[in-house]
Write a protein that binds this ligand. Structure first.
Ligand SMILES: NC(=O)c1ccc[n+]([C@@H]2O[C@H](COP(=O)([O-])OP(=O)(O)OC[C@H]3O[C@@H](n4cnc5c(N)ncnc54)[C@H](O)[C@@H]3O)[C@@H](O)[C@H]2O)c1
Length: 274
């Protein structure tokens, strides 16, 4: 996207000509923005936090364990970035509400929420335990509902904000052994559209990213032959990196995407193109 800067969009002057400064995407103007990322102590969430921090945003890392939250925050602040951490479980409404309220009281508002916390509990449907179904739906879908509802209250008052839901290609195409995960991520995509319609008049945009197969601890346990077969099915013939997802988050949080809401962007090497 940085390359767009030098594009000449239209040589013939017209009423609707795109000005060069409109395409200046090298700098997303995310300095001093407050960005909250759930499940950000590692993996894709941490890469998202890092990307915003590099842009000069203040990032708030929310995750389950004090040690990992502190470690993630430290690794950013040691490099001179602005970051803080909160220990929080996205399924706990009251605790999350208190966390968001305290962030708003310190920072004056929340510009962007990334609902990234997510888990898998894979099993074939006939063997799937009720707890495996419930846990995945509770964290991936209800957790995003809880955080969105609590943060929207603040964004609505500010009449601006961007909410980014990290879904999955599995929520679009399904996967054997992942009925719970697919339902949670498919639900998250539908949730994104409804919130986008509900929040648009309040100046708050809501979009989803559907990552494909991304190299993180979540996918590290996949057998090599499974990874190889996935890679074969991906037009770009490789797994993605957490940074691939993080770059799209920057775009969705920035004013460069100001006319974009309710969309799901698949960042998947072409796997689900249609
Ligand atoms: N890795 C992939 O290939 C891939 C593909 C598609 C979608 N995703 C999605 O991207 C997101 C991040 O995935 P990842 O690969 O980085 O996973 P990960 O397991 O490496 O990290 C997930 C983080 O979420 C945290 N978390 C879990 N439950 C939580 C809760 N209740 N409250 C707060 N934090 C909680 C974990 O502690 C962990 O730090 C997930 O939503 C996942 O479903 C990942």
């Amino acid at each position: 996207m940085a390359g767009w800067r030098s594009w000449t969009i239209c040589s013939a002057p017209s009423k609707n000509i795109i000005k060069n400064e409109d395409m200046n995407t090298a700098n997303y103007n995310l300095q001093n923005k407050t960005v909250v990322i759930t499940g950000a102590a590692r993996g894709i969430g941490f890469a998202i936090a890092e990307a915003f921090a590099v842009q000069g945003s203040h990032v708030v890392i929310v995750d389950l364990a004090r040690d990992s939250v502190d470690q993630a925050v430290q690794s950013l602040t040691q490099r001179g970035f602005s970051a803080s951490g909160e220990v929080g479980d996205v399924t706990q409404g009251e605790a999350m509400e208190a966390i968001f309220a305290s962030i708003v009281s310190v920072r004056g508002g929340i510009d962007c929420l990334v609902n990234n916390a997510g888990v898998t509990r894979d099993n074939l449907l006939l063997r799937m335990k009720q707890e495996e179904w419930d846990l995945v739906l509770k964290i991936n879908l209800s957790g995003s509902f809880i955080c969105t509802q609590k943060v929207f209250k603040h964004m609505m008052r500010a009449r601006s904000g961007s909410i980014i839901n990290i879904a999955s290609v599995i929520g679009i195409i399904g996967n054997a052994g992942q009925a719970n995960y697919a339902a949670s991520k498919g639900g998250l995509i539908a949730f994104t559209k409804s919130c986008a319609k509900e929040f648009a008049s309040r100046g708050v945009r809501v979009n989803a990213i559907a990552p494909g197969f991304i190299e993180t601890e979540m996918t590290a346990t996949l057998p090599a032959e499974v990874v190889a077969s996935y890679a074969k099915a991906i037009p770009l013939q490789k797994m993605g990196s957490p940074a691939d997802i993080a770059r799209v988050c920057l775009f969705l949080a920035s004013d460069d995407s100001s006319y974009l809401t309710g969309q799901t962007i698949a960042v998947d090497g072409g796997l689900t193109m249609h």
